[in-house]
Ligand binder design. Structure first.
Ligand code: ADP
Ligand code: MG
Length: 696
């Protein structure tokens, strides 16, 4: 496969194709639209639509679909064929500018959090020309936003696009302070490292919990044996490698620069990382990548699990959201520069981030919150649920020197931190602290909290908004001194003030340690262990203020979103609880009672010939007790789930699911896992952990 450049992006209506297929003036019109999000005029739209159609037909497409990212958490599509009625009963293949730009899917079943009354259930999809159309499985895919009749956001893309505009405006204004007069656009960028599990489809099919909830609700921890690990590497590798090769090829065809692939920490866990791109494209591509990962797995007789915590006792999966900002003249704004002025700009942006992450830690936390991620954040392997920042020793020393008017020493030199003598510090010398949720990694920040199955639109939208706010705060405070002699000293005072106030968010130690939880509490940093605790803060006045200020969400949109997230939490837990009850009643309890029965018969038979088996008697006693406890737990869980139904307040219901339903689920699981340990393998009705994760 050494013809990659030839087939890379062959299914994408990208820049090259656009240039080749569109008349020059039309291409220019379109390009202008893409840069600034101004609407496309009707004539241009028709010509573009026709060109896209011709191109798609050549690739075998018969249909087109608006492709959008509703609040369900997955993507949505509804396919229409290009076909229309021609003269004398013939068929024509048609595609108008109108059909390209706007769609009206029957959208009444998508979650809207009350934004759409069913009496006016219209939702609209609108082409997002900043993201490329592509052909997949016989259809032309048109990336769109999804909004209500009154223009309120019903999806995850709209707020992201709004935030990118807001960030750009603030950043362009901010950069002028530092003499960057020519920058007209700043774009946030993202590279999302995607973790996933691969398991055998045959095993998957035997587990109702995996099928219905994406995670195992039962399953005792496997014995940790070196032999098992050996077996894992010997047998697994070729099949995984074949999968990964296939995956790369499919992603490349779709124009996704899949770059890195490797096995992850947990058995059966792997990672794919693409080369970063704009947040907008990066979000679409990550959604697409997840879909392709799942589909390619099926071709290999595998199932790709994107759930944040498919297996208890081994690492869960996240999505490291690498984030930065690029200017249209090619600067990466998180790249420390080579000159003092560039460094000053960089350090100011850094302080803006420190201030922002500290002031809006709750927004950052809730941007990564989900029922699935609740099992991961704050557990042993993932970042803690407490937001903090890691900067590395070098940067920390520079900031300390600024804060304390001190001296910054590199190996070679000491610098008086006057602004004229800002050091050019060594780049990328940052130690990698893997326990930090928000870590500086040389030329970008890595937000590690995001869950593996999550849409990255929300975290990036909120991060962009926070940074937009802080950059405009600096501009507000500094514009009066622009080009004056005192600019640098005023800036330095401001940086000092910010650092003194917000230094508490910086933490370079072990984020997994229990000491950090105490220390964070002492510093007054918020710690929201679950989505049900952090979600109510979405609508806190300070958060509402910036989200409204930059036009990301109005109050209705924000309330709706809060509600949707909480409802989703409750629904997820209810499905999980009901799945547990069903598996317990139909599979696990009958199997254990069967085995108990066998034991009892054998004990009775032995008794008749005057024999006793201590082992059988002990297992029988133990199992009998476990089965009784198991039964009680099933009954309790049934009752609690029924009680949850009666609570109408969305927040209270989610809290109830968290405090009572989940708690009973954990009790039930513990009992079941002990039953599993006491049962013979061939009588246990579902595949065990060892069979699933060590035995692909
Ligand atoms: P590591 O595992 O060491 O963090 P990876 O190579 O697996 O490194 O992932 C790093 C990710 O960060 C890649 O997706 C890469 O493209 C992305 N990245 C690099 N520079 C930037 C940037 N300026 N903005 C956003 N993402 C970036
Ligand atoms: Mg990384």
């Amino acid at each position: 496969m050494n013809n990659i450049p030839e087939f890379f992006g062959c299914n994408v209506f990208n820049e090259t194709v656009m240039k080749a297929k569109l008349p020059k003036n039309i291409y220019k019109n379109l390009r202008r639209t893409m840069g600034k999000s101004v609407p496309l005029d009707a004539e241009t739209a028709d010509i573009v639509a026709n060109a896209i159609k011709e191109w798609a037909l050549e690739l075998g497409a018969t249909h087109y679909t608006h492709w959008f990212q509703p609040m369900t958490g997955t993507t949505a599509e509804k396919h229409d064929s290009f076909i229309s009625v021609g003269a004398n009963g013939t068929a024509l293949m048609e595609f108008s500018g109108k059909a390209l730009i706007k769609g009206e899917p029957d959208a009444s079943s998508f979650p809207s959090g009350g934004l759409r009354q069913t009496s006016s259930a219209r939702g609209y999809t609108a082409w997002d020309p900043t993201s490329y159309c592509f052909v997949k499985e016989g259809s032309l895919y048109i990336p769109t936003v999804f909004v209500s009749y009154t223009g309120e956001a019903l999806d995850k893309k709209t707020p992201l696009l709004r935030s990118m505009d807001a960030l750009s405006k603030s950043a362009v204004r901010f950069l002028k302070l530092f003499g960057n007069e020519n920058v007209t656009r700043v774009t946030s960028t993202v590279g999302a490292e995607q973790e996933y599990f691969l398991i055998d489809k045959k095993k998957f099919d035997q587990r109702e919990d995996l099928i219905l909830t994406g995670r195992t609700l039962f399953g005792a921890k496997p014995p940790k044996g070196q032999e098992l690990d050996d077996q894992y590497f010997a047998n697994l590798k070729p099949r995984i490698a074949a999968y990964m090769a296939d995956l790369d090829e499919e992603l490349w065809k779709l124009g996704i620069y899949s770059k890195t692939k490797h096995n992850e920490v947990a058995p059966a866990q792997h990672e794919m990382a693409p080369i970063f791109t704009t947040s907008n494209l990066g979000t679409d591509q990550n959604e697409l990548a997840m879909e392709v990962m799942e589909k390619v797995a099926l071709k290999h007789g595998l199932v790709c699990l994107l759930h944040e915590k498919p297996f208890e006792g081994v690492n869960g999966s996240g999505k490291h959201n690498n984030w930065s900002m690029s200017t249209n003249d090619g600067q990466n704004l998180l790249d420390p520069g080579d000159t003092p002025m560039e460094n000053l700009q960089f350090l100011t942006i850094l302080c803006a981030l420190i201030k922002g992450v500290d002031e809006y830690a709750d927004l950052m936390r809730l941007s990564a919150a989900s029922a699935g991620n609740d099992h991961r954040l704050g557990a042993d392997e993932a970042p803690p649920a407490i937001i903090s920042m890691f900067l590395g020793e070098e940067l920390d020393a520079v900031l300390k020197a600024i804060e304390e008017d001190g001296v910054y020493k590199t190996h070679a030199q000491s610098f008086e931190i006057g602004v004229n003598a800002l050091p050019s510090f060594p780049k990328d010398s940052t130690d990698r602290n893997r326990t930090s949720p928000f870590a500086f990694t040389g030329n970008r920040f890595e937000f590690r909290m995001v869950g593996s199955s999550d849409n990255i639109g929300c975290p990036n939208a909120l991060l962009n908004t926070i940074v937009a706010e802080e950059l405009s705060w600096f501009a507000d405070n500094l514009e009066q001194y622009k080009e004056k002699e005192c600019f640098e000293s005023e800036l330095k005072n401001l940086l000092k003030e910010v650092l003194r106030k917000h230094r508490r968010i910086i933490f370079n130690g072990d984020g997994y340690s229990p000491e950090w939880v105490k220390e964070a509490e002492r510093r007054g940093l918020p710690n929201y262990p679950s989505i049900v605790h952090c979600m109510p803060h979405y609508t806190d006045e300070k958060n509402l203020r910036i989200l409204r200020k930059f036009g990301i969400f109005n109050r209705n949109e924000l309330t709706a979103r809060t509600e949707i997230h909480l409802e989703k939490y409750s629904k997820t837990r209810r499905i999980e609880a009901r799945t547990m009850i069903e598996m317990a009643r139909k599979q696990l309890l009958p199997a254990s009672l069967d085995y108990l029965n066998k034991l009892c018969q054998s004990i009775a038979a032995k008794k008749e010939i005057g024999m006793t088996s201590k082992a059988e008697q002990k297992i029988a006693d133990k199992l009998n007790e476990l089965c009784d406890n198991f039964y009680d737990s099933i009954e309790r869980l049934e009752k609690i789930v029924a009680d949850a139904r009666k609570i109408s307040d969305v927040q209270k219901q989610a809290e109830f699911f968290h405090d009572y339903v989940l708690a009973e689920m954990n009790i039930m699981r513990e009992i079941a896992d002990e039953i599993e340990i006491n049962m013979p393998q061939d009588l246990y009705p579902i595949p065990t952990y060892s069979e699933i994760i060590y035995n692909v």
